[in-house]
Write a protein that binds this ligand. Sequence first.
Ligand SMILES: [Zn+2]
Length: 258
Amino acid sequence: MNLFRIRGIQLQLHFTFFLLIAFIAQDGWAEARWAGLLWSVATVLAFFTCVVLHELGHSLTAMRFGIGVRRILLMPIGGMAEFDDIPRQPLREFLMTIAGPAVNFAIVGALWFVPLGADNDVVLRYSLAGLVEQVFVANLVMGCFNLLPAFPMDGGRILRALLATRLPYLRATLWAASVGKVLAGLGVVIALIAPRIGLTDEPLYMLAVLFSFIFIAGEIEYRAVKRREVEDAHWRDVVARLYVPNRATAEPPPVLFP
Ligand SMILES: [Zn+2]
């Protein structure tokens, strides 16, 4: 579903997003009727506003480098900006990537100075101060979690950019994607056995889905980079470069940015 445009970038909601809102609202209602419902929904909306700001950090930096942003999509597992391409210059990829978590840490820094009043958990739960506290923690977690070196998460892209200063681009991507897949695989296992190792009461299914998604997205992007390298090599061999413009007729798949 299309929401509105920000600086020309279309913001979209995945239909499963409404399932999340319904689930959260119902949970809040069960806990404390209207106060619980309103507070829970407000918390989720505040959280996703921060997700959008994170994606705008990536997107506006990308636009400065002349890269087209197709859309920002919000899903229950988080947000995703879709770009036409990604800069091959490591410094540009680094800047474009770090801009996302930097937004989260800026919010954390700003909220640090907001006085929360009494540090009483019961009072905080359904109050504005409680909301501020949730947003503070959420941004801290979001900023740190995205910096995990699990390509194509932000940390993984930073790893690729660092490797690309020493290695050919495709090899750098292979290494970053491999590290990412190991971490994502571990993430799925840990999320599923969380109750057995005493982390939580129930398996963290959403986290397992998120890590599976990271695993698949890493492989897809590695393959896309590989395909392009092969194509580029092929076209370099073709003496008649007049044919090159024809390549642009099919729209390449977008580069996904969590
Ligand atoms: Zn990000």
